[in-house]
Design a binder for this molecule. Sequence first.
Ligand code: ADP
Ligand code: MG
Length: 398
Amino acid sequence: MKKSLNHVNMLSLQIFGRTRGTLTVILIISLLTTTALITMPITGCVYQTETEGAYIKYSDSFFESFDTVITVVAYAKNENEFSDCYEKIRKRFTELHKLFDIYNEYEGINNLKTINDHAGAAPIAVEEEIIGLLEFALKCADMTGGIVNAAMGSVLEIWHNYREKGINEPDMAALPPEEILQDAARHIDIKKIIVDREKGTVYLSDPQMKIDVGALAKGYATELVVSELQKDGNLISGIISAGGNIRTTGKPLDGVRARWGIGIHDPEKPVLSDGELLDVVYLNNGSVVTSGDYERYYIVDGRRYHHIIDPETLMPGEYFKSVTVVTADSGLADALSTAVFLMPCVEGRAFINSLEDVEAIWVMRDGTVEVTEGLKMILRSYGASGSGQDDRDKQDKP
Ligand code: ADP
Ligand code: MG
């Protein structure tokens, strides 16, 4: 099945929805030049936009890995070329999902669940992708002072179970008792994830420890997939959005725009609202990743309890509605958006400013918005556009 979307000059993507939540999955393509909106259910259709040059814009989505919708938008010379690229992306995300899965076992594969199930018992031989992911997770814990802690599975599992129950049976919704959380928190020392690159094994030296890579695996996988496709020359101009973790490659090849425009969801608006955006970031070869209190949560006594848990208090972070991080590497953007969500604004700003080529935007609890200085030049609300009429064109080679 094929559909045409004519006269699309600028495109931003927001993907909402979860398999474990109750939300319907909808892909909203917001046509920023016309303020019109197209809302289409994810059905596996290839969407094609006519352009004047040699390239045509296609998009398609799948909903079978990383608990979210993954959308690919790409310029290609023809549909076969796009389909080839799309199928490679889909296949790779499916493989990575199986490796990084903490809930399910797969025949013939040692994954993160296998590692968790053998905590305290035996090192597990794993694929290079798992070694790479866990080395990255250790690095993230180090750079964020332990705020992003992939060894927090024992605590996160408790929240996960209470959230699931609270969503399925709202009348029974309750908070996890503090003693249970404190007990689990005795088993979150990330130094007890022993990664042996030479032997290709991972061992959890605390029998009650569990890995949870929810804070960074989607971004890490997206970065890996993009880098592999770029190396093979399969993706020269496109966007991959893994549940709103967005990574752009090259520049739009419509002969008009110089930069991709990526919409940031306004956390004040309902998740399925018709695309009223907080702002738009214009960038090529970069990532835009948001952590928000509206993404996954349940309600207890009229109060919302979301899924990003402070390792100190063992409770959901309370500083912001959302934090968006913009940087080249999508794994880093994913880890940092979770980390900065759990830091007071002043501290988070100093942390982001200490890192090279990392920018951020905070939506405070009262709805006010803070942005880093460096972000302003690529933000629509500060006058940036995707048109390519300024100095940045020189930096934005496809
Ligand atoms: P999302 O997965 O919704 O895009 P995040 O990237 O912010 O949002 O990651 C949230 C997920 O990360 C949670 O569902 C949980 O699995 C995990 N998580 C929550 N708090 C932490 C934390 N402090 N450190 C590491 N992982 C966390
Ligand atoms: Mg994250």
